[in-house]
Design a protein around this ligand. Structure first.
Ligand SMILES: [Zn+2]
Ligand SMILES: [Zn+2]
Length: 400
């Protein structure tokens, strides 16, 4: 009996949330994917986005992106990757012999939250990226480093290793780096460069499908897709190289998908790559004391700082869906200014209402069934939120 009670206490205490009270934030895992040296004019910035069909297609529909995203530090790989990981501009050597000087979000997670190294992981195509596994900051460093594997023969190999680690460990923080795009650029191989961007786009979509099909990761993972830097625009030497402050080198892409970011949202804001670390830290309940960037509040449902003026009165409602794609039930979150008055419906692609979502506390749930109780067929649907005379519609994909 006594042993049973002790066991029960042990189970209960291990099940207690180790996370600080962060109201409604649902993210427990962050995945950052970097396409090394993808220039905006061939990624999300290209008219018709022929080399980014998934990023501009499904992921744009379910995710959030800003009007502008930039590398404001040195536009080369190690500094760029370090900026993404530390939230600070790192003017450091690019050959893998100088570490970031301020801690990465992974080091902060490990030190502040006691997250084990098995749950902070980096899988990178380029061998020199071993150097971003941890900083050389005296209060952080190797003792808080990430489990890192750097150096693969292709993005496909990197993807296979990254996906396997993601599904095996279900890391709190993981970064996957694709490097073929940069290698092909430096080789001055235009078709190879474009092909690499297209391949990375497809691997990213496969990663998201893996996340949303995993029982632990689905609906609890926020994915960021970005670049370490762009490449010279035509006026500054063209796509082969990069490294200066020209608009082509500075401009990069960003997509954020997850349970705490707005669905199908194009933000008028501009961010820079330090914002990835800032926002990831916010979602995971830590702050990086040495970071200098700004979190990406405009794309989040739960912002990091209260607004001066209560917003949302006349604005359209913002919503987040998780998981998406879903194999059945989906949780629908509506921003606080609209949630109280919101009506949430699921529509088919012709706009016909097939079900109403039911309120569950501050959220809404749809069980994946139509009004007569039948499980709906796999395919594309829309979630419509109406509140205060405004409406927002976001796509939802059902897979079986
Ligand atoms: Zn390069
Ligand atoms: Zn340039």
């Amino acid at each position: 009996m006594r042993r049973c009670v002790l066991l029960l206490i042990a189970i209960l205490s291990s099940a207690l949330p180790a996370w600080p009270a962060r109201a409604a934030i649902q993210t427990r895992h962050v995945l950052v994917v970097v396409i090394d040296g993808g220039r905006y004019s061939e990624t999300l910035g290209e008219p018709g986005t022929p080399h980014h069909p998934h990023m501009a297609g499904e992921l744009s529909l379910i995710g959030a992106r800003p009007a502008g995203m930039f590398n404001l530090g040195p536009t080369i790989t190690v500094p760029g990757m370090s900026g993404i990981l530390t939230g600070a501009i790192q003017d450091i050597r690019n050959d893998g012999t100088e570490r970031p000087h301020t801690p990465t979000v992974g080091e902060v997670l490990r030190k502040q939250r006691g997250v084990p190294d098995s749950l902070v992981r980096i899988v990178a195509r380029k061998p020199k990226l071993e150097v971003v596994g941890h900083s050389d900051h005296p209060q952080y460093g190797a003792a808080y480093g990430a489990a890192i594997r750097a150096g693969f023969n292709s993005d496909l190999e990197t993807y296979v290793a990254g996906r396997q680690e993601l599904l095996q460990y279900k890391p709190t923080f993981m970064l996957i780096h694709f490097g073929d795009t940069d290698y092909e650029g430096h080789a001055n191989d235009w078709p190879g460069y474009l092909e690499s961007i297209t391949r990375a786009d497809s691997l990213i979509w496969q990663l998201w499908l893996a996340v949303e099909s995993d029982p632990e990761l689905a609906g609890r993972t926020t994915m960021f897709v970005t670049n370490d830097h762009g490449r010279h625009d035509t006026l500054h030497g063209g796509f082969q190289n990069h490294g200066d402050g020209c608009p082509g080198c500075r401009r990069i892409e960003l997509m954020v998908v997850g349970p705490d970011s707005k669905a199908g949202y194009m933000s008028p804001a501009s961010f820079d790559q330090r914002g990835v670390a800032m926002t990831a830290a916010h979602l995971l309940g830590v702050t990086i004391p040495t970071a200098t960037g700004e979190p990406m509040d405009d794309i989040l449902l739960e912002i990091t700082r209260p607004l001066d003026v209560p917003g949302g009165g006349r604005a359209a409602p913002a919503l987040a869906l998780a998981p998406n794609p879903t194999q059945g039930p989906v949780r629908i979150r509506v921003d606080a200014a609209h949630a109280g008055d919101a009506q949430v419906e699921v529509l088919d692609t012709t706009g016909r209402r097939i079900a109403r979502a039911v309120r569950a506390g501050n959220e809404f749930m749809w069980d994946g069934r139509d009004a007569s109780g039948r499980t709906v067929a796999p395919g594309a649907y829309h979630v419509r939120v109406r509140a205060h005379g405004q409406q927002t519609i976001a796509p939802l994909v059902v897979i079986h």
